[in-house]
Unconditional design. Structure first.
Length: 198
């Protein structure tokens, strides 16, 4: 029964990603390619590490957290106006993200791999977090809502509570909530400005 809940959560995440992809192709949303490329890689590392440590169904949301960004990255090439112009800081975050992945490859220990995967994902998130704060109109909230729903279901499927089974889903829930808070703040203040402008 709990496995079905995880599948429902993963479906919700996929639907959120599809809405983001639609907005990207239309040019309404402008994804940062550094973020979405590395967001595709880091969860895959987390997935491999967790699988090697015996985690099964509970890792599906983490896998989806990597598969969805891969689809967004591909979609960003369909509309030349739909990607965010990269700056040196974006590449610096990408470099730190890749460094974390290399450190995982050297250690080959599941617990250490999860920590480095989280660091890698966090460095990848920084450019889009900053963009969401300064240019929130270039982002869509859908995948982040889907992400919270999906990652939350992982906890119901965990059979053995270990760092490798809990750490990455916990981090992803917090990160997605952070994005939602930033975008909700923009929509709330934007709506208030429109009301005062009438």
């Amino acid at each position: 029964m709990l496995h079905y809940l995880v599948i429902v959560g993963a479906t919700a995440q996929l639907l959120g990603i599809l809405s983001y992809i639609r907005n990207t192709i239309k040019g309404k949303t402008r994804p940062n390619r550094v973020t979405w490329l590395l967001w595709a890689l880091a969860p895959m590392i987390g997935t491999v590490a967790a699988l090697s440590d015996g985690v099964r169904w509970a890792i599906l949301p983490v896998f989806m957290a990597g598969f969805g960004p891969l689809l967004v990255l591909i979609a960003s090439f369909f509309n030349k106006q739909s990607y965010w112009q990269l700056k040196p800081f974006d590449y610096l975050c990408g470099l730190f993200s890749l460094l974390a992945m290399v450190l995982w490859a050297i250690t080959r220990q599941p617990e250490v791999a999860i920590v480095f995967a989280i660091l890698s994902d966090a460095f990848a998130a920084i450019p889009t977090l900053m963009k969401s704060w300064t240019h929130p109109e270039t982002e869509s909230i859908g995948p982040f809502i889907g992400g919270v729903l999906s990652q939350s279901t992982a906890f119901f499927a965990i059979q053995t509570w270990t760092l490798t089974s809990v750490a990455f889903p916990s981090y992803l829930v917090i990160l997605n909530l952070w994005f939602i808070a930033i975008m909700t703040r923009y929509r709330f203040t934007h709506k208030k400005k429109e009301q005062h402008g009438r």
